[in-house]
Design a protein around this ligand. Structure first.
Ligand code: PEP
Ligand code: MG
Length: 566
Protein backbone atom coordinates (compact mmCIF):
# COMPACT_ATOMS: atom_id res chain seq x y z
CA UNK A 1 0.00 0.00 0.00
CA UNK A 2 1.39 3.44 -0.90
CA UNK A 3 0.12 6.68 0.61
CA UNK A 4 1.16 10.30 0.62
CA UNK A 5 3.41 11.31 3.46
CA UNK A 6 2.03 13.35 6.34
CA UNK A 7 2.60 17.10 6.18
CA UNK A 8 6.02 18.39 7.14
CA UNK A 9 7.86 15.64 5.29
CA UNK A 10 9.88 16.04 2.16
CA UNK A 11 7.42 16.64 -0.74
CA UNK A 12 9.12 13.86 -2.70
CA UNK A 13 8.57 11.40 0.10
CA UNK A 14 5.96 8.70 0.14
CA UNK A 15 5.05 6.08 2.63
CA UNK A 16 4.62 2.32 2.42
CA UNK A 17 2.61 0.42 5.03
CA UNK A 18 2.90 -3.00 6.58
CA UNK A 19 2.38 -4.85 9.85
CA UNK A 20 4.09 -3.12 12.78
CA UNK A 21 6.12 -5.56 14.89
CA UNK A 22 8.56 -3.69 17.13
CA UNK A 23 7.77 -0.07 18.05
CA UNK A 24 10.29 2.74 17.66
CA UNK A 25 11.53 5.04 14.92
CA UNK A 26 14.80 4.52 13.05
CA UNK A 27 16.23 5.90 9.83
CA UNK A 28 19.18 5.35 7.57
CA UNK A 29 20.26 4.23 4.13
CA UNK A 30 18.75 0.94 2.97
CA UNK A 31 20.95 -2.13 2.69
CA UNK A 32 19.88 -5.31 0.95
CA UNK A 33 20.69 -8.90 1.75
CA UNK A 34 22.67 -10.38 -1.11
CA UNK A 35 20.89 -13.53 -2.05
CA UNK A 36 22.75 -14.86 -5.07
CA UNK A 37 26.25 -16.01 -5.75
CA UNK A 38 27.81 -14.03 -8.60
CA UNK A 39 26.61 -15.62 -11.90
CA UNK A 40 30.04 -14.89 -13.43
CA UNK A 41 31.74 -16.96 -10.73
CA UNK A 42 29.26 -19.80 -11.29
CA UNK A 43 29.82 -19.64 -15.05
CA UNK A 44 33.62 -19.65 -14.59
CA UNK A 45 33.35 -22.72 -12.36
CA UNK A 46 31.20 -24.58 -14.90
CA UNK A 47 31.13 -28.28 -14.13
CA UNK A 48 34.26 -27.90 -11.98
CA UNK A 49 36.37 -30.06 -14.30
CA UNK A 50 36.45 -33.06 -11.94
CA UNK A 51 37.94 -36.25 -13.40
CA UNK A 52 35.42 -38.54 -11.71
CA UNK A 53 32.03 -38.39 -9.97
CA UNK A 54 33.77 -39.40 -6.74
CA UNK A 55 36.01 -36.34 -6.93
CA UNK A 56 32.99 -34.11 -7.54
CA UNK A 57 31.21 -35.72 -4.57
CA UNK A 58 34.29 -35.13 -2.41
CA UNK A 59 34.12 -31.42 -3.32
CA UNK A 60 30.45 -31.46 -2.30
CA UNK A 61 31.34 -33.14 1.02
CA UNK A 62 33.95 -30.48 1.73
CA UNK A 63 31.42 -27.71 1.02
CA UNK A 64 28.88 -29.44 3.29
CA UNK A 65 31.38 -29.67 6.14
CA UNK A 66 32.24 -25.99 5.73
CA UNK A 67 28.64 -24.76 5.56
CA UNK A 68 27.52 -26.98 8.47
CA UNK A 69 30.38 -25.66 10.57
CA UNK A 70 29.35 -22.07 9.74
CA UNK A 71 25.81 -22.80 10.98
CA UNK A 72 27.12 -24.48 14.12
CA UNK A 73 29.38 -21.51 14.90
CA UNK A 74 26.47 -19.09 14.42
CA UNK A 75 24.23 -21.27 16.60
CA UNK A 76 26.81 -21.14 19.39
CA UNK A 77 26.53 -17.36 19.65
CA UNK A 78 22.79 -17.09 18.89
CA UNK A 79 20.07 -17.35 21.52
CA UNK A 80 16.71 -19.10 21.90
CA UNK A 81 14.72 -19.94 18.77
CA UNK A 82 17.41 -18.52 16.43
CA UNK A 83 19.97 -20.94 17.89
CA UNK A 84 17.52 -23.84 17.51
CA UNK A 85 16.85 -23.03 13.88
CA UNK A 86 20.56 -22.69 13.06
CA UNK A 87 21.27 -26.05 14.70
CA UNK A 88 18.48 -27.56 12.63
CA UNK A 89 20.00 -26.01 9.47
CA UNK A 90 23.39 -27.57 10.32
CA UNK A 91 21.58 -30.93 10.45
CA UNK A 92 19.72 -30.27 7.21
CA UNK A 93 22.89 -29.47 5.23
CA UNK A 94 24.41 -32.78 6.37
CA UNK A 95 21.25 -34.70 5.50
CA UNK A 96 22.06 -38.13 4.04
CA UNK A 97 19.03 -38.03 1.73
CA UNK A 98 20.25 -34.75 0.24
CA UNK A 99 23.71 -36.25 -0.29
CA UNK A 100 22.26 -39.31 -2.05
CA UNK A 101 20.21 -37.04 -4.32
CA UNK A 102 23.36 -35.03 -5.16
CA UNK A 103 25.34 -38.24 -5.85
CA UNK A 104 22.57 -39.43 -8.15
CA UNK A 105 22.36 -36.09 -9.97
CA UNK A 106 26.14 -36.12 -10.51
CA UNK A 107 25.56 -39.16 -12.71
CA UNK A 108 23.74 -36.94 -15.22
CA UNK A 109 26.87 -34.82 -15.73
CA UNK A 110 26.96 -31.03 -15.24
CA UNK A 111 29.11 -31.07 -12.09
CA UNK A 112 28.37 -30.39 -8.41
CA UNK A 113 26.68 -26.97 -8.77
CA UNK A 114 24.06 -28.40 -11.13
CA UNK A 115 23.74 -31.51 -8.94
CA UNK A 116 23.15 -29.46 -5.78
CA UNK A 117 20.53 -27.40 -7.59
CA UNK A 118 18.71 -30.52 -8.84
CA UNK A 119 18.79 -32.19 -5.41
CA UNK A 120 17.60 -29.08 -3.58
CA UNK A 121 14.77 -28.54 -6.06
CA UNK A 122 13.67 -32.13 -5.50
CA UNK A 123 13.53 -31.59 -1.69
CA UNK A 124 11.89 -28.17 -2.00
CA UNK A 125 9.07 -29.75 -3.98
CA UNK A 126 8.55 -32.38 -1.28
CA UNK A 127 8.65 -29.84 1.58
CA UNK A 128 6.36 -27.37 -0.18
CA UNK A 129 3.80 -30.10 -0.75
CA UNK A 130 3.89 -30.93 2.98
CA UNK A 131 3.03 -27.33 3.95
CA UNK A 132 3.40 -25.70 7.41
CA UNK A 133 6.88 -25.41 8.85
CA UNK A 134 8.14 -27.93 6.32
CA UNK A 135 7.22 -25.44 3.59
CA UNK A 136 9.13 -22.77 5.50
CA UNK A 137 12.13 -25.09 5.47
CA UNK A 138 12.17 -24.64 1.70
CA UNK A 139 13.55 -21.15 2.42
CA UNK A 140 16.26 -22.75 4.58
CA UNK A 141 17.06 -25.25 1.80
CA UNK A 142 17.44 -22.51 -0.79
CA UNK A 143 19.71 -20.67 1.62
CA UNK A 144 21.74 -23.86 2.02
CA UNK A 145 22.02 -24.19 -1.78
CA UNK A 146 23.39 -20.63 -2.09
CA UNK A 147 25.95 -21.31 0.62
CA UNK A 148 27.06 -24.63 -0.86
CA UNK A 149 27.40 -23.09 -4.33
CA UNK A 150 29.36 -20.12 -2.94
CA UNK A 151 31.78 -22.51 -1.26
CA UNK A 152 32.11 -24.72 -4.35
CA UNK A 153 32.90 -21.80 -6.67
CA UNK A 154 35.12 -20.03 -4.14
CA UNK A 155 32.92 -16.96 -3.47
CA UNK A 156 32.12 -15.39 -0.07
CA UNK A 157 28.86 -16.61 1.49
CA UNK A 158 25.83 -14.49 0.57
CA UNK A 159 23.95 -12.76 3.34
CA UNK A 160 23.76 -9.48 5.23
CA UNK A 161 26.56 -7.05 4.36
CA UNK A 162 28.37 -5.24 7.17
CA UNK A 163 27.24 -1.66 6.59
CA UNK A 164 29.69 1.18 7.13
CA UNK A 165 27.03 3.42 8.68
CA UNK A 166 23.92 2.50 10.72
CA UNK A 167 21.46 1.22 8.12
CA UNK A 168 17.98 -0.16 7.59
CA UNK A 169 17.99 -3.79 6.43
CA UNK A 170 15.45 -4.34 3.64
CA UNK A 171 14.67 -7.82 2.35
CA UNK A 172 11.98 -9.91 0.79
CA UNK A 173 12.15 -12.21 3.83
CA UNK A 174 15.01 -13.12 6.13
CA UNK A 175 16.40 -16.59 6.84
CA UNK A 176 17.82 -17.33 10.31
CA UNK A 177 21.31 -17.48 8.83
CA UNK A 178 20.85 -13.93 7.49
CA UNK A 179 20.02 -12.50 10.87
CA UNK A 180 22.24 -14.38 13.30
CA UNK A 181 25.04 -12.17 14.50
CA UNK A 182 23.27 -8.99 13.37
CA UNK A 183 24.69 -5.99 15.17
CA UNK A 184 21.93 -3.70 16.46
CA UNK A 185 24.34 -0.73 16.30
CA UNK A 186 24.83 -1.22 12.57
CA UNK A 187 21.39 -2.46 11.55
CA UNK A 188 18.94 -0.03 13.14
CA UNK A 189 15.68 -1.44 11.73
CA UNK A 190 14.34 -4.45 9.82
CA UNK A 191 11.78 -4.23 7.04
CA UNK A 192 10.54 -7.15 4.96
CA UNK A 193 8.13 -7.45 2.07
CA UNK A 194 6.77 -10.77 3.27
CA UNK A 195 6.23 -12.43 6.65
CA UNK A 196 3.90 -11.82 9.55
CA UNK A 197 4.09 -10.94 13.26
CA UNK A 198 5.33 -14.44 14.12
CA UNK A 199 7.88 -14.68 11.29
CA UNK A 200 11.53 -15.28 11.97
CA UNK A 201 12.28 -11.61 11.17
CA UNK A 202 9.80 -10.50 13.84
CA UNK A 203 11.31 -12.81 16.46
CA UNK A 204 14.83 -11.54 15.75
CA UNK A 205 13.78 -7.89 15.79
CA UNK A 206 12.17 -8.41 19.20
CA UNK A 207 15.33 -10.06 20.48
CA UNK A 208 17.47 -7.18 19.20
CA UNK A 209 14.95 -4.56 20.33
CA UNK A 210 15.08 -2.69 17.00
CA UNK A 211 12.11 -1.21 15.09
CA UNK A 212 10.58 -3.65 12.64
CA UNK A 213 7.80 -3.66 10.06
CA UNK A 214 6.92 -6.81 8.10
CA UNK A 215 4.60 -7.54 5.18
CA UNK A 216 5.35 -4.25 3.38
CA UNK A 217 4.37 -4.65 -0.31
CA UNK A 218 6.81 -2.97 -2.67
CA UNK A 219 9.57 -2.38 -0.13
CA UNK A 220 12.11 -4.39 -2.09
CA UNK A 221 11.91 -1.65 -4.76
CA UNK A 222 13.74 0.63 -2.32
CA UNK A 223 17.20 0.96 -3.83
CA UNK A 224 20.44 0.28 -1.99
CA UNK A 225 21.55 3.46 -0.20
CA UNK A 226 18.12 5.17 -0.41
CA UNK A 227 17.33 7.02 2.83
CA UNK A 228 14.28 5.56 4.62
CA UNK A 229 12.45 6.30 7.86
CA UNK A 230 10.90 3.30 9.63
CA UNK A 231 8.13 3.71 12.19
CA UNK A 232 7.71 0.36 13.95
CA UNK A 233 4.61 1.48 15.81
CA UNK A 234 2.66 2.95 12.89
CA UNK A 235 3.94 0.21 10.56
CA UNK A 236 5.21 2.68 7.95
CA UNK A 237 8.34 3.01 5.84
CA UNK A 238 8.87 6.50 4.39
CA UNK A 239 10.96 6.65 1.23
CA UNK A 240 12.83 9.85 0.51
CA UNK A 241 12.43 11.14 4.07
CA UNK A 242 14.25 14.34 5.02
CA UNK A 243 17.35 13.23 7.03
CA UNK A 244 17.32 16.34 9.27
CA UNK A 245 13.69 15.92 10.18
CA UNK A 246 14.19 12.17 10.60
CA UNK A 247 17.08 12.73 13.01
CA UNK A 248 14.82 14.58 15.45
CA UNK A 249 12.18 11.82 15.36
CA UNK A 250 14.81 9.10 15.79
CA UNK A 251 16.37 10.89 18.77
CA UNK A 252 13.00 11.35 20.47
CA UNK A 253 12.17 7.70 19.89
CA UNK A 254 15.54 6.55 21.21
CA UNK A 255 15.09 8.63 24.38
CA UNK A 256 11.66 7.09 24.86
CA UNK A 257 13.01 3.57 24.40
CA UNK A 258 15.79 4.23 26.91
CA UNK A 259 13.15 5.33 29.36
CA UNK A 260 11.29 2.06 28.74
CA UNK A 261 14.42 0.05 29.42
CA UNK A 262 14.77 1.78 32.79
CA UNK A 263 11.51 0.19 33.97
CA UNK A 264 12.37 -2.37 36.65
CA UNK A 265 9.04 -3.76 37.84
CA UNK A 266 7.06 -4.98 39.61
CA UNK A 267 4.32 -4.80 37.01
CA UNK A 268 1.29 -2.71 37.92
CA UNK A 269 -1.04 -0.19 36.31
CA UNK A 270 -0.68 3.50 37.16
CA UNK A 271 -3.42 3.11 39.79
CA UNK A 272 -1.61 0.21 41.44
CA UNK A 273 -3.40 -2.89 40.09
CA UNK A 274 -0.71 -5.57 40.26
CA UNK A 275 -0.16 -7.61 37.08
CA UNK A 276 2.06 -10.56 36.28
CA UNK A 277 4.64 -10.30 33.51
CA UNK A 278 6.26 -13.65 32.71
CA UNK A 279 8.95 -14.90 30.34
CA UNK A 280 8.76 -17.36 27.43
CA UNK A 281 11.80 -19.65 27.51
CA UNK A 282 13.23 -22.49 25.44
CA UNK A 283 15.96 -24.02 27.59
CA UNK A 284 18.13 -23.58 30.70
CA UNK A 285 20.18 -20.83 29.11
CA UNK A 286 17.21 -18.68 28.12
CA UNK A 287 15.61 -19.29 31.53
CA UNK A 288 18.78 -18.09 33.26
CA UNK A 289 18.84 -14.98 31.07
CA UNK A 290 15.14 -14.33 31.69
CA UNK A 291 15.75 -14.43 35.44
CA UNK A 292 17.91 -11.29 35.03
CA UNK A 293 14.85 -9.37 33.82
CA UNK A 294 12.05 -7.97 36.02
CA UNK A 295 9.72 -10.94 35.46
CA UNK A 296 7.41 -12.70 37.91
CA UNK A 297 8.18 -16.19 36.60
CA UNK A 298 7.95 -18.20 33.39
CA UNK A 299 4.64 -18.30 31.54
CA UNK A 300 5.69 -20.65 28.75
CA UNK A 301 8.52 -23.18 28.63
CA UNK A 302 8.33 -24.70 25.13
CA UNK A 303 9.72 -28.14 25.96
CA UNK A 304 9.70 -29.37 22.36
CA UNK A 305 12.42 -26.85 21.48
CA UNK A 306 14.82 -28.92 23.61
CA UNK A 307 14.34 -31.89 21.30
CA UNK A 308 14.36 -30.49 17.75
CA UNK A 309 17.59 -32.32 16.94
CA UNK A 310 16.84 -35.58 18.81
CA UNK A 311 16.15 -38.74 16.85
CA UNK A 312 15.15 -40.68 20.00
CA UNK A 313 13.04 -39.67 22.99
CA UNK A 314 15.37 -38.84 25.91
CA UNK A 315 14.85 -40.98 29.02
CA UNK A 316 12.95 -39.67 32.06
CA UNK A 317 16.13 -38.84 33.99
CA UNK A 318 17.69 -36.93 31.12
CA UNK A 319 14.45 -35.02 30.56
CA UNK A 320 14.30 -34.23 34.30
CA UNK A 321 17.83 -32.78 34.13
CA UNK A 322 16.88 -30.56 31.18
CA UNK A 323 13.69 -29.33 32.88
CA UNK A 324 15.51 -28.73 36.18
CA UNK A 325 17.86 -26.32 34.39
CA UNK A 326 14.82 -24.28 33.38
CA UNK A 327 13.10 -24.48 36.78
CA UNK A 328 16.17 -23.74 38.85
CA UNK A 329 16.60 -19.99 38.14
CA UNK A 330 12.97 -19.49 39.28
CA UNK A 331 12.92 -21.82 42.28
CA UNK A 332 12.25 -18.91 44.69
CA UNK A 333 10.48 -16.64 42.28
CA UNK A 334 6.93 -17.08 41.04
CA UNK A 335 5.96 -20.14 39.07
CA UNK A 336 7.11 -21.84 35.87
CA UNK A 337 4.52 -23.00 33.35
CA UNK A 338 5.91 -26.07 31.60
CA UNK A 339 4.15 -26.90 28.36
CA UNK A 340 4.06 -30.56 27.42
CA UNK A 341 5.44 -31.48 24.00
CA UNK A 342 3.91 -29.43 21.20
CA UNK A 343 5.30 -31.72 18.52
CA UNK A 344 3.92 -31.83 15.00
CA UNK A 345 3.04 -29.26 12.35
CA UNK A 346 5.45 -26.33 12.60
CA UNK A 347 7.61 -28.09 15.22
CA UNK A 348 8.52 -31.52 13.87
CA UNK A 349 10.12 -33.77 16.48
CA UNK A 350 11.61 -36.95 15.05
CA UNK A 351 10.47 -39.24 17.88
CA UNK A 352 6.91 -37.91 18.16
CA UNK A 353 5.62 -36.30 14.96
CA UNK A 354 3.30 -38.29 12.70
CA UNK A 355 4.80 -38.41 9.23
CA UNK A 356 2.95 -37.87 5.97
CA UNK A 357 -0.10 -35.97 7.23
CA UNK A 358 -2.02 -34.18 4.50
CA UNK A 359 -2.57 -31.11 6.65
CA UNK A 360 -0.30 -31.24 9.70
CA UNK A 361 -1.55 -27.99 11.33
CA UNK A 362 -4.95 -29.66 11.62
CA UNK A 363 -3.52 -33.08 12.31
CA UNK A 364 -2.15 -35.06 15.22
CA UNK A 365 -0.12 -32.37 16.96
CA UNK A 366 0.33 -31.22 20.56
CA UNK A 367 -1.77 -33.08 23.12
CA UNK A 368 -3.35 -35.16 20.35
CA UNK A 369 -0.09 -37.12 20.05
CA UNK A 370 -0.63 -38.42 23.58
CA UNK A 371 -3.89 -40.19 22.64
CA UNK A 372 -2.11 -42.70 20.44
CA UNK A 373 1.03 -42.72 22.57
CA UNK A 374 0.08 -42.11 26.23
CA UNK A 375 3.54 -43.22 27.42
CA UNK A 376 5.08 -40.15 25.77
CA UNK A 377 3.02 -37.80 27.94
CA UNK A 378 3.30 -39.97 31.08
CA UNK A 379 7.11 -40.06 30.86
CA UNK A 380 7.29 -36.33 30.30
CA UNK A 381 5.05 -35.65 33.31
CA UNK A 382 7.18 -38.00 35.44
CA UNK A 383 10.25 -36.02 34.40
CA UNK A 384 8.59 -32.65 35.14
CA UNK A 385 7.50 -33.91 38.59
CA UNK A 386 11.06 -35.15 39.27
CA UNK A 387 12.55 -31.79 38.22
CA UNK A 388 10.01 -29.88 40.34
CA UNK A 389 10.84 -32.08 43.33
CA UNK A 390 14.59 -31.63 42.88
CA UNK A 391 14.48 -27.85 42.46
CA UNK A 392 11.57 -27.01 44.73
CA UNK A 393 10.17 -24.74 41.98
CA UNK A 394 6.44 -24.13 41.64
CA UNK A 395 5.81 -26.00 38.38
CA UNK A 396 2.49 -25.62 36.58
CA UNK A 397 1.89 -27.86 33.57
CA UNK A 398 -0.20 -27.10 30.51
CA UNK A 399 -1.14 -28.96 27.34
CA UNK A 400 -1.04 -27.46 23.85
CA UNK A 401 -3.76 -27.86 21.19
CA UNK A 402 -6.68 -28.76 23.42
CA UNK A 403 -10.00 -28.77 21.60
CA UNK A 404 -12.50 -30.44 23.96
CA UNK A 405 -13.37 -30.39 27.65
CA UNK A 406 -12.87 -34.16 27.80
CA UNK A 407 -9.27 -33.75 26.63
CA UNK A 408 -8.67 -31.09 29.29
CA UNK A 409 -10.23 -33.29 31.98
CA UNK A 410 -8.15 -36.33 31.02
CA UNK A 411 -4.98 -34.23 30.98
CA UNK A 412 -5.79 -32.60 34.33
CA UNK A 413 -6.19 -36.03 35.96
CA UNK A 414 -2.74 -37.30 34.92
CA UNK A 415 -1.11 -34.01 35.92
CA UNK A 416 -2.82 -33.88 39.34
CA UNK A 417 -1.90 -37.51 40.04
CA UNK A 418 1.72 -36.29 40.08
CA UNK A 419 1.02 -33.44 42.47
CA UNK A 420 1.32 -30.78 39.74
CA UNK A 421 -1.05 -27.96 38.81
CA UNK A 422 -2.86 -28.52 35.47
CA UNK A 423 -3.89 -26.00 32.85
CA UNK A 424 -4.54 -25.92 29.13
CA UNK A 425 -3.67 -23.62 26.28
CA UNK A 426 -6.41 -21.83 24.41
CA UNK A 427 -5.24 -22.10 20.83
CA UNK A 428 -8.26 -23.66 19.15
CA UNK A 429 -11.39 -21.48 18.93
CA UNK A 430 -13.44 -24.31 20.49
CA UNK A 431 -11.38 -24.00 23.69
CA UNK A 432 -12.07 -20.26 23.89
CA UNK A 433 -15.79 -20.72 23.32
CA UNK A 434 -15.84 -23.40 26.05
CA UNK A 435 -13.55 -21.50 28.45
CA UNK A 436 -16.10 -21.71 31.27
CA UNK A 437 -16.30 -25.48 31.08
CA UNK A 438 -12.54 -25.81 30.61
CA UNK A 439 -12.06 -23.91 33.86
CA UNK A 440 -14.32 -26.39 35.68
CA UNK A 441 -11.68 -29.08 35.09
CA UNK A 442 -8.33 -27.21 35.07
CA UNK A 443 -6.71 -24.60 37.32
CA UNK A 444 -5.63 -22.07 34.68
CA UNK A 445 -5.79 -21.18 30.99
CA UNK A 446 -3.09 -19.70 28.80
CA UNK A 447 -4.07 -18.16 25.47
CA UNK A 448 -1.66 -18.99 22.65
CA UNK A 449 -2.51 -16.14 20.31
CA UNK A 450 -0.18 -17.38 17.56
CA UNK A 451 -2.20 -20.53 16.98
CA UNK A 452 -5.51 -19.02 18.09
CA UNK A 453 -5.07 -16.46 15.29
CA UNK A 454 -4.06 -19.13 12.79
CA UNK A 455 -7.11 -21.28 13.54
CA UNK A 456 -9.60 -18.42 13.88
CA UNK A 457 -8.57 -16.78 10.62
CA UNK A 458 -7.86 -20.06 8.76
CA UNK A 459 -4.47 -18.58 7.81
CA UNK A 460 -1.22 -20.52 8.10
CA UNK A 461 0.91 -18.71 10.68
CA UNK A 462 4.01 -19.39 8.60
CA UNK A 463 2.56 -18.09 5.31
CA UNK A 464 4.62 -15.08 4.32
CA UNK A 465 1.76 -13.59 2.29
CA UNK A 466 -1.02 -13.73 4.89
CA UNK A 467 0.36 -11.23 7.41
CA UNK A 468 -2.84 -9.19 7.32
CA UNK A 469 -4.78 -12.25 8.55
CA UNK A 470 -2.25 -13.70 11.00
CA UNK A 471 -2.53 -10.56 13.09
CA UNK A 472 -3.73 -10.96 16.70
CA UNK A 473 -5.42 -7.56 16.42
CA UNK A 474 -8.03 -9.19 14.18
CA UNK A 475 -11.35 -8.41 15.90
CA UNK A 476 -12.49 -12.06 15.80
CA UNK A 477 -9.36 -13.11 17.69
CA UNK A 478 -9.86 -10.33 20.24
CA UNK A 479 -13.45 -11.48 20.80
CA UNK A 480 -12.25 -15.01 21.64
CA UNK A 481 -9.61 -13.65 24.01
CA UNK A 482 -12.26 -11.54 25.74
CA UNK A 483 -14.59 -14.56 26.16
CA UNK A 484 -11.73 -16.55 27.71
CA UNK A 485 -10.57 -13.77 30.04
CA UNK A 486 -14.13 -13.12 31.14
CA UNK A 487 -14.62 -16.79 32.05
CA UNK A 488 -11.48 -16.68 34.19
CA UNK A 489 -12.56 -13.50 35.99
CA UNK A 490 -15.95 -15.03 36.78
CA UNK A 491 -14.50 -18.07 38.53
CA UNK A 492 -11.38 -16.34 39.86
CA UNK A 493 -8.88 -18.56 38.01
CA UNK A 494 -5.80 -17.22 36.17
CA UNK A 495 -6.03 -16.63 32.42
CA UNK A 496 -2.78 -15.56 30.76
CA UNK A 497 -1.65 -14.74 27.23
CA UNK A 498 1.60 -16.37 26.08
CA UNK A 499 1.55 -15.81 22.31
CA UNK A 500 3.44 -13.00 20.56
CA UNK A 501 0.47 -10.66 21.21
CA UNK A 502 1.60 -10.33 24.84
CA UNK A 503 4.81 -8.62 23.70
CA UNK A 504 2.95 -5.79 21.95
CA UNK A 505 2.79 -2.94 24.52
CA UNK A 506 -0.28 -1.36 22.96
CA UNK A 507 -2.19 -4.61 22.69
CA UNK A 508 -1.08 -5.53 26.23
CA UNK A 509 -3.18 -2.66 27.61
CA UNK A 510 -6.29 -3.98 25.87
CA UNK A 511 -5.59 -7.56 27.01
CA UNK A 512 -5.30 -6.41 30.61
CA UNK A 513 -8.52 -4.44 30.18
CA UNK A 514 -10.25 -7.63 29.02
CA UNK A 515 -9.29 -9.28 32.31
CA UNK A 516 -6.19 -11.25 31.37
CA UNK A 517 -4.18 -11.83 34.58
CA UNK A 518 -0.70 -12.45 33.14
CA UNK A 519 1.28 -11.73 29.99
CA UNK A 520 4.15 -13.98 28.98
CA UNK A 521 6.66 -12.94 26.33
CA UNK A 522 10.27 -12.96 25.17
CA UNK A 523 12.18 -11.65 28.21
CA UNK A 524 13.57 -8.86 26.08
CA UNK A 525 10.05 -7.39 25.59
CA UNK A 526 9.14 -7.26 29.29
CA UNK A 527 10.44 -3.79 30.05
CA UNK A 528 8.57 -2.05 27.24
CA UNK A 529 5.32 -3.83 28.14
CA UNK A 530 5.79 -3.18 31.88
CA UNK A 531 6.60 0.46 31.25
CA UNK A 532 3.55 0.96 29.03
CA UNK A 533 1.24 -0.63 31.61
CA UNK A 534 2.71 1.48 34.41
CA UNK A 535 1.61 4.62 32.57
CA UNK A 536 -2.10 3.75 32.22
CA UNK A 537 -4.85 3.13 34.74
CA UNK A 538 -6.99 0.02 34.85
CA UNK A 539 -9.89 2.19 33.69
CA UNK A 540 -7.90 3.23 30.62
CA UNK A 541 -7.07 -0.43 29.92
CA UNK A 542 -10.77 -1.29 30.09
CA UNK A 543 -11.55 1.56 27.70
CA UNK A 544 -8.78 0.28 25.40
CA UNK A 545 -10.31 -3.21 25.49
CA UNK A 546 -13.73 -1.89 24.63
CA UNK A 547 -12.32 0.22 21.80
CA UNK A 548 -10.39 -2.73 20.33
CA UNK A 549 -13.38 -5.05 20.58
CA UNK A 550 -15.60 -2.57 18.71
CA UNK A 551 -13.16 -2.08 15.81
CA UNK A 552 -13.71 -3.61 12.38
CA UNK A 553 -10.14 -4.44 11.47
CA UNK A 554 -6.62 -4.52 12.96
CA UNK A 555 -5.68 -1.05 11.77
CA UNK A 556 -8.84 0.50 13.23
CA UNK A 557 -8.32 -1.47 16.46
CA UNK A 558 -4.77 -0.14 16.89
CA UNK A 559 -5.95 3.40 16.22
CA UNK A 560 -8.90 3.08 18.59
CA UNK A 561 -6.69 1.78 21.41
CA UNK A 562 -4.18 4.57 20.87
CA UNK A 563 -6.99 7.11 21.11
CA UNK A 564 -8.49 5.44 24.18
CA UNK A 565 -5.20 5.74 26.06
CA UNK A 566 -4.64 9.49 25.60
C1 PEP B 1 0.89 -19.85 20.52
O1 PEP B 1 0.39 -20.61 19.69
O2 PEP B 1 0.55 -18.66 20.68
C2 PEP B 1 1.96 -20.33 21.40
C3 PEP B 1 2.40 -19.60 22.39
O3 PEP B 1 2.51 -21.53 21.09
P1 PEP B 1 3.58 -21.72 19.90
O4 PEP B 1 3.91 -20.38 19.35
O5 PEP B 1 4.75 -22.41 20.51
O6 PEP B 1 2.80 -22.60 18.96
MG1 MG C 1 0.84 -22.70 19.74
Amino acid sequence: MTTETPSGSDPGAHSLSGTPVVAGIAAGPAVHVTTDVSPEAVARFGDGGFATEDEALAAYDEAVAFVAETFTEKAAVAHGPAAEVLTASAGLVRDKGLRSAVAKALGSGGGPVAAVHAAVEQFVTVFTTMGGLMAERATDLRDIERRLVARLVGEPAPGVPTPLVPSVLVASDLAPSDTSGLDADQVVALVTERGGPTSHTAIIARQLGIPCVVGVPGVTDVVEGEYVLVDGEAGTVVRGADPDEARGLVEASRAERELLQAWAGPAATADGVRLQLLANVADGRSSQRASDEPVDGVGLFRTELCFLDRAEEPGVDEQADIYAQVLNPFRDRGHVVVRTLDAGSDKPIAFATHEGEENPALGVRGLRLAFGNPGLLERQLDAIALAAGRTGADAWVMAPMVATVAEAEQFAAVVRSRGLKPGVMVEVPSAALLAHQMLEVVDFLSIGTNDLTQYTMAADRTAADLAHLTDPWQPAVLQLIAITAHAGAEVGKPVGVCGEAAADPLLATALVGMGVTSLSMAARAVRSVGSQLSRVTMGACEAAAEAALSARDPRAAREAVRRALV
